[in-house]
Design a protein around this ligand. Structure first.
Ligand SMILES: NC(=O)C1=CN([C@@H]2O[C@H](COP(=O)(O)OP(=O)(O)OC[C@H]3O[C@@H](n4cnc5c(N)ncnc54)[C@H](OP(=O)(O)O)[C@@H]3O)[C@@H](O)[C@H]2O)C=CC1
Ligand SMILES: O=C(CO)COP(=O)(O)O
Length: 318
């Protein structure tokens, strides 16, 4: 199965580098100048500097050529995916479309699988998610991810695994999508706690209560508990809440400490906080941490007011 990665950001580039070990891979960038620069330097200096691009990796800005592959990995920010699918649905329909994005679409309240199925009804939709920093994958460090598809897909699992990228498969697409989306919101909150110097104990409490609210919403929407406890949920929550490599965590740190943050950096949890809060309201699920992050991101609340609001919630059973 030929593979192409659509979206030459940090994650798409890292996956393309890793997958080049096991077969031909194309990497598509939306800007011709970006593709030309990568092809000339054999490096994605804009998005993943310091990671050499293998000679076998075919780089282009020609979507028709790249999307001739059977398996297309969609590696762009979640809020861009709906527009991308709508613009190219004819070309993408009938393919195996693997979303590598983590988030909930703010416009529709849906995850990547539903967006793909709505735009491309003839496609096979999948989600690739789990604890993995692009830089680690690109360096060939060991990484384990979850591949979620509605129908069991050992063939796709085998094609997208490499000696250092170990995929586990599941048919719980709801759990895999929501785990990856919601953990980013909690990672922003963990960053706020550290940025505001509230301490590691407070971060551990927040991660635990954050996991509880992630699980409440996901289970209500049909996820399986074991998926939430797996790589795409708990695993990625731990990674993102504890590492300064995470952009969501760093964004939270900046919010907590009052520092500036570059608005051009992809921070999926910012839009997803609001989308998740709206889903929680619609389904009657209490999500106090998510609501706090949505309000902080929207500058509707100060950090000290947000912390006071969380600490003054009624005492209850765990
Ligand atoms: N970085 C990481 O470690 C990981 C990221 N992810 C997920 O991967 C997704 C992408 O993140 P990441 O690669 O890091 O983000 P980056 O910010 O590094 O790159 C985003 C890429 O998407 C491209 N893009 C933006 N809008 C569109 C569009 N409308 N059509 C086509 N391409 C577009 C950008 O193009 P351009 O360069 O031209 O602006 C850019 O190349 C996110 O959902 C993230 O959560 C998942 C696991 C790890
Ligand atoms: O999803 C990720 C790690 O699994 C990447 O996290 P950030 O988007 O916060 O950098």
């Amino acid at each position: 199965m030929k593979v192409a990665v659509l979206g030459a950001g940090a994650f798409g580039t890292a996956l393309a580098i890793s997958l080049s070990q096991t077969g031909p891979v194309a990497l598509w960038a939306r800007e011709a100048s970006h593709a030309a620069e990568m092809a000339a330097r054999r490096e994605n200096a804009r998005r993943l500097p310091g990671a050499p691009l293998p000679e076998a990796l075919n780089i282009s800005a020609d979507l028709a050529r790249a999307s001739a592959a059977e398996v297309l990995l969609l590696a762009m920010p979640m809020q861009q995916m709906g527009g991308f699918l709508a613009a190219h649905s004819t070309r993408l329909d009938g393919k195996i479309l693997v979303s590598c994005s983590k988030g909930i679409d703010l416009a529709t309240g849906q995850g990547p699988i539903a967006l793909i199925e709505a735009a491309c009804p003839g496609a096979r939709a999948a989600v690739l998610t789990g604890p993995s920093f692009a830089a680690d994958i690109a360096r060939g460090l060991p990484t384990a991810l979850t591949l979620a598809t509605r129908a069991d897909a050992p063939d796709l699992q085998a094609r997208l695994s490499t000696p250092t990228l170990r995929l586990y498969r599941t048919t719980d697409t709801v759990g895999a999508e929501l785990g990856g989306a919601l953990k980013n919101v909690i990672a922003i909150a963990a960053g706020v706690v550290i940025g505001a110097k509230l301490g590691d104990s407070a971060r551990a409490a927040l991660m635990t209560r954050g996991f509880a609210e992630m699980s409440r919403l996901a289970l209500k929407l049909g996820a399986r508990p074991e998926t939430l406890a797996g790589l795409s949920g708990f695993g990625d929550l731990v990674l993102t809440c504890t590492s300064a490599q995470s952009r969501n965590f760093r964004f939270g740190q900046a919010l907590g400490s009052g520092a500036a943050f570059d608005a051009a950096i992809t921070v999926e949890g910012a839009a997803t906080a609001r989308a998740a809060m709206e889903l929680g309201l619609r389904h009657g699920i209490e999500m106090p941490i998510t609501a706090m992050i949505a309000a902080l991101v929207g500058r509707e609340l100060s950090v000290s007011d947000a912390v006071s609001a969380l600490l003054s919630r009624p005492l209850k059973e765990e």
